[in-house]
Design a protein around this ligand. Structure first.
Ligand code: CTP
Length: 434
């Protein structure tokens, strides 16, 4: 008997991210679907009439060479049978948080979430979008969604009235801001013979969108990217310093996204946040240390992203012992720190330079001035006085200004999603200078 590679395997192969992949599907996949080959895809199916189309999505993913693990909600089982998916997918369909596949796994959602390269939810009902946006995890699929760090693609399908409801649209906006990818529904015939928007996108469109999301995985392969993150601290005495409110979230998000997209990442950071696996990490504290770390590595970089908030001034002298109150109010004399970005701009050759402008007024004007004076290729400007942008929060609303005079307003996004937008622009700049 010839073994069908699409059939279940007794133990799932490791994620391609962990270094191995399964044999490809039976058919040679279309080149535009090549990114799916050997990747672990969790296919979530929720309870809508369009669930029958998920069968076709499952088959197409398998044909493209993906290792597909179907997860069906209880409501989905009212529309389609688990057996249909088990017969077509790479592993038996899973339906419960508490009973795994053969043999039973105690915590299937964490394992599924951790080992997935991509999670596709098709169809995604209004209920699923609401639970996902609210962080509710009351079944295997929603628990997997919270446990995974893989990209997630949702393909909503519902009646037009539900699709247009503010609650659904706001949930979707929340998910987009967190970096979730969305395949918009199409217009056409809906359940019960109605016509309108809300029909699940065609299976081929959903599968192509999945390949597109994964394809971004390697578009910066071979590019050397140095990112600075956090805020520098300038010592006044051994316990006090001049600092700023930068949390390092934006810089780390750029480093994470660049690593995910295949870049060789050097991360110069003032924080102890987790760095992406494989990154060369340099921990620094002061502007001087950051200057030396970046300048010393500049020649071997293709891109430098200066997301760190570097102190402009430091105490001329840092007291060797803790200053005492009884000695009176200290006289702090400040001096300028080296301007790292300006130094890079003055000596750049082939490198793409990206600067950040954290401003509280006349944001564009200041960013445009820095772009010119420091010879920067791309400035990311944001108003740090806004509640949902800038320091410490997880979202950012930015304006991108480039050296060719281009200005792009980016809507409120998660810092991770904004990181991808910035990297898209960097990739274009790299092809223009190549
Ligand atoms: N920067 C730097 N070295 C410094 C100060 C800032 O490399 N000593 C970098 C930041 O990382 C950021 C950009 O320069 O990418 C910000 O430049 P700019 O808009 O000119 O801000 P400031 O230098 O803070 O200038 P100002 O105080 O006049 O707003």
């Amino acid at each position: 008997m010839v073994k069908d590679p699409r059939r279940r395997q007794t133990s799932p192969p490791p994620s391609s991210a962990l270094g191995a992949s399964r044999p490809t599907g039976l058919m040679e996949a279309a080149p535009e679907l090549a990114a799916l080959r050997g990747r672990r895809v969790v296919l979530g199916v929720t309870g809508g009439i369009a669930a029958y189309k998920a069968v076709e999505i499952c088959r197409r993913l398998v044909d493209a060479g993906a290792h597909v693990i179907p997860v069906l909600t209880e409501d989905a089982l009212r529309f389609v049978g688990a057996l249909t998916f088990s017969a077509l997918a790479s592993e038996p369909a899973r339906t419960s948080l508490f009973t795994g596949s053969e043999g039973g796994e105690p915590i299937p959602h964490t394992r599924l979430g951790q080992t997935a390269d991509l999670v596709v939810i098709a169809p995604a009902t209004a209920k699923l979008l609401g639970k996902y946006a609210a962080g509710i995890s009351d079944d295997l699929l929603t628990a997997t969604l919270l446990a995974t760090r893989a990209p997630v693609l949702v393909a909503p399908a519902m009646h037009s009235e539900m699709w247009e409801h503010a609650a659904v649209q706001e949930n979707l906006a929340t998910l987009r801001r967190r970096g979730v990818h969305v395949v918009e529904p199409a217009s056409g015939r809906l359940a019960g013979g109605d016509l309108g928007e809300g029909r699940l996108a065609e299976p081929a469109v959903v599968v192509a969108a999945g390949a597109d999301v994964l394809g971004r995985g390697g578009d910066l392969a071979g590019v050397r990217v140095l990112v600075t993150a956090g805020g520098t601290r300038e010592a006044i005495d051994p316990v006090r310093f001049i600092g700023n409110r930068s949390s390092g979230k934006m810089g780390h998000a750029i480093a994470d996204a660049a690593a995910r997209r295949g870049a060789a990442v050097t991360l110069v950071t003032t924080t102890d946040r987790l760095a992406p696996p494989g990154a060369d990490v340099v921990r620094v504290t002061t502007a001087e240390e950051l200057h030396d770390a970046v300048l010393g590595r500049f020649a071997e970089q293709d891109v430098v992203v200066m997301a760190a908030a570097v102190a402009d001034f430091r105490p001329k002298v840092s007291a060797p012992e803790k200053m005492k109150k009884r000695d009176g109010v200290p006289d702090l004399h400040l001096e300028p720190t080296p301007d790292v970005l300006a130094a890079l701009g003055a000596r750049k050759e082939h490198q793409i330079l990206v600067g950040f402008a954290a401003e509280t007024e006349r944001v564009h004007e200041h960013a445009a001035a820095t772009l010119t004076s420091k010879h920067v290729d791309l400035m990311v400007a944001n108003d740090v006085s806004a509640r949902d942008a800038g320091f410490e929060v997880d979202t950012n609303r930015a304006t991108l200004l480039d050296s060719r005079g281009g200005i792009e307003e980016v809507p409120l996004l998660s810092k991770l999603a904004l990181a991808d937008v910035i990297l898209d622009r960097i990739r274009i700049a790299l092809t223009q200078t190549a």
